[in-house]
Write a protein of this length. Structure first.
Length: 209
């Protein structure tokens, strides 16, 4: 609780400056695609305190949905609701009632946003087959070992974040290693060309898959 109080005060100062605070209102994240209720009280508490401090602070509900927590590549839907603020301050003078009103409106919007999905960009898969195949061949040597390393955490909420982080840190080194080998073997022009093309081939594979 003491850490929560410190975090609350830091967020309060940020709001006073007119800046933004990102809050995951569900609290602890589980591997599910439905809204986890009841919502926590952190966001309403900050909103009410912001009003008391004289800030015209608003809350904007945002729904983020992954098509899978472990599969690759991923499709992500990000849906924005409607911001609301001081109009809820008049529901009651009691802080507890105001918190319930804020969470109720947040939950209503998030439940509505959770039903909205977006279609993928329409690119003919036949056109992507060859570059996708090349992308798979040139990147499987990096992805599979990293995936096996992160698989030890599969089933936990940390699997995907570990996989992403290790790939994000290791891919530039992987790309640089290939470019150095090509630079010393066939020349810098080919090394630079491959360095530009490989990420595009990887992207082709994710679009094709």
């Amino acid at each position: 609780l003491s850490k929560n109080d410190v975090t609350f005060e830091l967020c309060r100062e940020i709001i006073k400056k007119g800046e933004h605070v990102l809050i995951f209102v569900e609290g602890f994240c589980l591997h599910q695609i439905t809204l986890q209720t009841p919502l926590k009280k952190g966001a309403p508490r900050l909103l009410i305190q912001g009003w008391k401090d004289g800030a015209d602070v608003k809350l904007l509900p945002v729904w983020i949905r992954f098509n899978s927590f472990t599969a690759f590549p991923k499709e992500v839907d990000i849906n924005f609701g409607s911001a609301f603020g001081k109009e809820l301050a008049g529901v009651s003078n009691e802080e507890g009632v105001m918190m319930q009103a804020i969470n109720k409106e947040t939950e209503r919007q998030l439940l509505q946003l959770s039903t909205i999905t977006h279609s993928r960009a329409g690119i003919p898969t036949a056109l992507l087959f060859l570059p996708a195949l090349l992308g798979f061949i040139t990147h499987v040597w990096l992805y599979v070992p990293v995936q096996q390393l992160a698989r030890k955490l599969q089933g936990s909420i940390h699997y995907d974040s570990v996989l992403f982080t290790v790939l994000a840190l290791s891919y530039p080194l992987y790309l640089l290693g290939i470019m150095l080998v090509l630079c010393f073997s066939v020349g810098i022009f080919y090394a630079l060309a491959v360095g530009l093309v490989l990420p595009l081939l990887a992207r082709s594979y994710t679009l094709w898959k």
